[in-house]
Design a protein around this ligand. Structure first.
Ligand SMILES: Nc1ncnc2c1ncn2[C@@H]1O[C@H](COP(=O)(O)OP(=O)(O)OP(=O)(O)O)[C@@H](O)[C@H]1O
Ligand SMILES: [Mg+2]
Length: 247
């Protein structure tokens, strides 16, 4: 056993910079370390580079400079990412980027099948995952005819069915109604997984994660305690005095 790797970050980005061709610099000298058990919320303005950051971690976008280590190993070329991708469940911001099979069951079973599970087992996992997300009965629905919210949930099912070690969720509540959002928040917070969640919903992020970060000046920046305490949602029952109440 490699003792060093047991304490290494499972995602380690160093000096990452990125610009889209002809565009402004989106990420600049970004450093980010993410450890097993971390549950991080990423809240930052539109266009600040959140999705780009996830795409770089997944190897879908190649940074202009910098290094990436996943699970203690440096990854550089697309084939290096393939193994890591089997362990990281990535929820795309747009479900249409995620779903490609004719029916819901085929889409959700695809991941387990691709990981080498026998067909019966993959189908069982897919059915169970759909049921857990309140989608029992959707198995034979035509994927591209689902509503936006239904597509979002099926996308989440495709990710969870792969039983990943880490989740990167890009706006998982997008297009979901209030009750479904609450249910998804409950499901996510009960997962015994490490994850990073991009969201514009501070309440959801605070409920499901332990640390909140943002992107500013092209870098991931963790909120310090004093800043987080500004939000009324942190201590809804007023148990901890607010630093800013008298200001
Ligand atoms: N394929 C692309 N080509 C050129 N520019 C792009 C491309 N994709 C994104 N951008 C630009 O890069 C910047 C960062 O985009 P990104 O999608 O990472 O932002 P985001 O923080 O996820 O935003 P949102 O909250 O709207 O999802 C934006 O200014 C965007 O317009
Ligand atoms: Mg985005």
């Amino acid at each position: 056993m490699n003792v060093m790797n047991t304490t290494a970050p499972i995602i380690n980005l160093h000096n990452i910079s990125f610009s889209y061709p002809g565009g402004r610099t989106v990420l600049e000298d970004l450093d980010f370390q993410f450890y097993k058990g971390d549950r991080v919320g990423l809240i930052a303005p539109n266009g600040s580079g959140k999705t780009t950051f996830f795409h770089i971690v997944m190897g879908l976008t190649t940074p202009t400079s910098g290094t990436i280590e996943l699970f203690g190993k440096e990854v550089a070329h697309s084939k290096d990412f393939e193994e890591a991708r089997q362990r990281i469940g990535f929820l795309f911001q747009d479900p249409d980027d995620q779903l490609f099979s004719p029916t819901v069951l085929e889409d959700v079973a695809f991941g387990p099948l691709n990981l080498g599970k026998p067909k019966d087992e993959a189908i069982d996992i897919a059915r169970q995952t759909l049921a857990d997300l309140g989608l029992a009965g959707f198995e034979d629905r035509v994927t591209f005819k689902l509503s936006g919210g239904e597509k979002r949930l099926v996308s989440l099912a495709t990710v969870l069915a792969m039983e990943p070690e880490v989740l990167l969720l890009d706006e998982p509540l997008n297009a979901l109604d209030v009750d479904t959002s609450k249910k998804i928040a409950e499901i996510i917070s009960n997962l015994d997984l490490s994850y990073i969640i991009i969201s514009h919903d501070i309440d959801f992020a605070l409920y499901t994660t332990d640390k909140i970060c943002t992107i500013a000046d092209g870098k991931i920046q963790f909120e310090d305690d004093a800043h987080v305490h500004e939000h009324r949602h942190i201590h809804p029952h007023g148990k901890v005095p607010h630093q800013h109440e008298d200001v």
